[in-house]
Design a protein around this ligand. Structure first.
Ligand code: KG4
Ligand code: ZN
Length: 363
């Protein structure tokens, strides 16, 4: 697949103006959450609903892709009806459909893609394929005091850790990303190693609250050399050595969790500071599942106060996967006259920095 050609994007849309208002149905099925939302370009978020498959995958210790796809098939249409009802709207009120087309689990993505495109076709409305990470990085714009461009975004999810320079909505420059595990993935794997099960990130963060982060010394990977790339798999190995070679009791488990969490947070904060200095940006946006980590939020808040940055986050429920961020991101592109041409295309991988810019008509 040649991303640079963007054969999926039809810029000859019937929607050619920012002057109209749109109600956009957003569909998120990239992994283990079925998210649906209705975003109104004038009134804001009308409703959002979510079904998490966490309990379904828990017995396998991680996400089983085929089970994820099948459950999206079961839940998506009932959730769309539930969301319409919650918003007091009918299908006829939908002006456009936005669906996550990547990156993510291909079978899961295809469920949202096929459903979204079918609804759009049935209603004779435009549809737009949304990049999951664009959804995450725009999620803070759903809040009452939204960040304004330009800003730097720290995206911390289960599959990606990256620093992105956002010059305008749709114009993304990747400043640095992880060379091995994503931060969320490192949280999950470390939690599993400590016997905390699945989903590991939130469980590890909760346990860390009771631990002494200073008891064990953790390295801060990639901070003693210049640049904005991350590596987190070494921290996991360090944890394994501490846990398997020491006395395994509740105190040690909590102290390791706290030390691990502090090392991830400190590393992210050091890299954020570098990114802010490099770009001279005044605003930092933190998003993705790892953005729900309270230690990270508090530490970045303090750094913001110290260095004079404004730090924005989505509310906790919009840090992890949800339909609202997809409806919002899709709405921005539909308003700019972009739509996705017919055909069912989803992308397991999809570079964020190759998305088309959002041109404001008439500007
Ligand atoms: O963005 P997200 O919902 O899904 C992906 O796009 O991957 O992120 C999920 C990731 C998981 O790795 C999960 O462990 C992590 O976010 N996560 C957390 C916390 N809540 C979710 N990591 C650390 N602390 C948390 N409180
Ligand atoms: Zn995500």
């Amino acid at each position: 697949m040649l991303f640079s050609s963007f054969c999926w994007l039809d810029l000859q849309s019937p929607l050619q103006t920012w002057d109209i208002t749109l109600i956009v149905l957003g569909i998120e099925t990239s992994c283990d959450e079925t998210g649906v939302a209705l975003y109104d370009s004038e009134a804001g978020l009308r409703a959002h609903v979510l079904f998490s498959q966490v309990d379904i995958h828990a017995e396998y210790g991680g996400v089983v892709p085929e089970i994820a796809s099948r459950d999206h098939v079961r839940k998506l249409l009932p959730l769309i009806n539930q969301c319409l009802e919650a918003a007091g709207l009918t299908r006829a009120d939908i002006d456009g459909v936005a669906y996550t087309a990547g990156p993510g689990l291909i079978g899961a993505l295809l469920v949202g893609t096929a459903t979204g495109r079918s609804i759009a076709m049935g209603l004779d409305r435009p549809a737009i394929a949304v990049h999951h990470m664009e959804g995450h990085l725009l999620a803070p714009m759903l809040e009452a005091d939204p960040p304004s461009v330009p800003f730097v975004a720290l995206l911390v999810s289960g599959g990606h850790t990256m620093l992105v320079e956002v010059r305008s909505i749709g114009e993304y420059k990747i400043l640095g990303e992880t060379l091995d595990d994503a931060a969320g993935e490192a949280f999950d794997k470390t939690a599993k190693l400590l016997g905390l099960g699945y989903p590991g990130g939130p469980a590890l963060a909760k346990l860390a609250e009771q631990g002494d982060a200073e008891r064990f010394r953790f390295p801060l990977p990639m901070t003693n050399r210049p640049g904005l790339a991350f590596r987190f798999s070494g921290l996991k190995t360090h944890t394994r050595n501490l846990w398997l070679n020491g006395e395994q009791n509740d105190t040690t488990q909590a102290d390791i969790a706290a030390g691990f969490q502090k090392a991830v947070v400190d590393t992210l904060v050091i890299k954020c500071r570098r990114a802010m200095q490099h770009t001279r940006a005044q605003q930092l946006v933190v998003a993705g599942g790892g953005g729900a980590n309270l230690e990270l939020r508090q530490t970045l808040q303090r750094a913001g106060e110290k260095y004079g940055w404004k730090v924005s986050y989505p509310r906790l429920e919009f840090c992890t996967d949800n339909g609202a961020m997809i409806a919002f991101a899709g709405c921005q592109r539909l308003l700019a006259g972009q739509t996705t041409g017919p055909g069912l295309q989803a992308f397991a991988r999809w570079p964020l920095d190759q998305l088309p810019a959002i041109e404001i008509p008439g500007s």
